[in-house]
Design a protein around this ligand. Structure first.
Ligand code: SF4
Length: 117
């Protein structure tokens, strides 16, 4: 089974922890819960994957390295041109992978980046 196929079978009920299965839970609910324990962005606060602080973004990237879905997650994010966030252990800004997320603040002091006069 391709990882993207497994990812597509999971409950897409939003970010954050999934509900704990109840006594009336179906096998699919139980499967979702079991898989969720293996996926760091389901086990931790999902906001970490969309954080502003560099430290939080780096933590999200490192947690992705443990994820069994990393390869498929990254491929899907590239296909969808995700506008931002950490996907598959990479930082996306404007639909493309960037080396690191720049914090807010002054623009870089780079003479070569200045517009031509
Ligand atoms: S690789 Fe994707 S699915 Fe896995 S923790 Fe990172 S963002 Fe979540």
């Amino acid at each position: 089974m391709r990882l993207t196929t497994l990812l597509d079978t999971l409950n897409q009920g939003g970010s954050g922890p999934w509900p704990t299965p109840t006594p009336t839970a179906t096998e699919a609910d139980t499967f979702d819960q079991l898989v969720a324990t293996l996926i760091p962005c389901r086990e931790h606060d999902a906001e970490l994957w969309f954080a502003e602080s560099t430290a939080d973004v780096e933590l999200a990237k490192s947690l992705c390295q443990e994820c069994p879905l990393r390869e498929g997650c990254l491929a899907g994010a590239v296909d969808r041109e995700e506008p931002w966030g950490v996907w598959g252990g990479e930082v996306f800004v404007g639909g493309v992978v960037v080396p690191r997320k720049r914090g807010r603040g002054r623009p870089r002091k780079d003479e070569s980046a200045a517009p031509a006069a």
